[in-house]
Design a binder for this molecule. Structure first.
Ligand SMILES: [Zn+2]
Length: 318
């Protein structure tokens, strides 16, 4: 039996898992992502999480076939580096994550883009496994995407799948990427929070920040949005309605271009809001479809939060 390690490196938490040949999880651990100390601090926590998961599985990290890491930022799998990971502490330059973590754990480490590895996990093990082609829509802090064509992830020249930066309005809102009118400026949880804060500052009533403070949270998490929507909060409802319209326009445009079988919705917000919102996104995409009588299937992620770690482990072959 060959065991592999998978690490999902997120802006708020690190999830580690050990999986067997059939991708069954045999050990797991979770730790918060450090908020300071730069890449070396992150490497320390990644190693600690992986050791904990290995201990739960009753093995040494050095006995694993390898460890995969799904990371935000600009990931170069061949070089094993991660650059400009804005959600991680003091991570501006190019950092040799695979080498440094490999030295720490005494095992081979492979890094991959976080959204791509999660979508690859859906392709192999989850909601995408019955489709030849699909678009993974990872709706979270940003809006990530990955495209599977003819049963394979389409990488382009290395940066394909940036759904969040598809333009939904010419000269529209400023996106965190610096450009204007991108989907992410209308639907990313980061952009939604900035707009909610501005609205509250000018006196708009909303339960969003009250719920956030009651839960002792520093930001509007997916759970906070879900709670505000359940209570019928007007600002939350308006912002999410607009996000869904923008998602529908972008996804419909992609469908018109590539004619894929399905759309798989995941990410923090997508997973938390679940099936009813997947159906709302499908309804928002429908009027944008050029071939209206043959829409793609719209499905929710099957692997949910585990997809990141499972997909990271898939980076390690054999
Ligand atoms: Zn953008």
């Amino acid at each position: 039996m060959t065991l592999r390690g998978g690490l999902d490196l997120g802006g708020t938490k690190i999830e580690a898992m050990i999986v067997d040949d059939a991708s069954a999880i045999v050990g797991q651990a979770k730790r918060p992502t450090p908020t300071e100390g730069g890449p070396p601090a992150v490497v320390g926590e990644l190693a600690a999480a992986l050791r904990e998961a290995a201990a739960a599985a009753g093995v040494e990290p050095s006995s694993l076939a390898g460890v995969g890491v799904g990371s935000p930022g600009e990931v170069d799998t061949a070089a094993g580096t991660v650059a400009h990971a804005g959600n991680l502490p003091e991570w501006e330059g190019v950092y040799p994550l695979a080498d440094e973590l490999g030295k720490e754990l005494g095992v081979r480490v492979v890094v991959g883009n976080d959204v791509r590895v999660a979508v690859e996990a859906e392709r192999v093990l989850g909601a995408g496994r019955t489709y030849r082609s699909f678009l993974g829509v990872w709706w979270g802090t940003g809006v990530g995407g990955a495209l599977v064509l003819d049963g394979k992830l389409w990488l382009g020249r290395g940066s394909a799948g940036e759904l969040g930066h598809v333009v939904v309005r010419i000269d529209g809102r400023r996106c965190p990427c610096g450009r204007r009118g991108c989907l992410e400026a209308y639907a990313g949880r980061g952009s939604l929070e900035r707009r909610a804060r501005k609205a509250e500052e000018i006196g708009t009533k909303t339960k969003l920040f009250e719920i956030m403070r009651k839960r002792g949270l520093p930001r509007l998490t997916s759970g906070v949005w879900a709670a505000a929507l359940e209570r019928g909060d007007r600002l939350a409802t308006e912002l999410i309605d607009e996000a869904i319209e923008a998602l529908g326009a972008a996804i419909g445009s992609v469908e018109n271009l590539v004619d894929m079988d399905a759309v798989v919705v995941g990410g923090g917000l997508g997973t938390r809001l679940g099936q009813p919102y997947v159906e709302r996104i499908a309804a928002a995409a429908q009027p944008r479809l050029f071939v209206a009588d043959r829409p793609p299937a719209f499905v929710l992620t099957e692997l949910g939060d585990a997809g990141g770690g499972l997909g990271a482990a898939l980076l390690v072959s054999g």
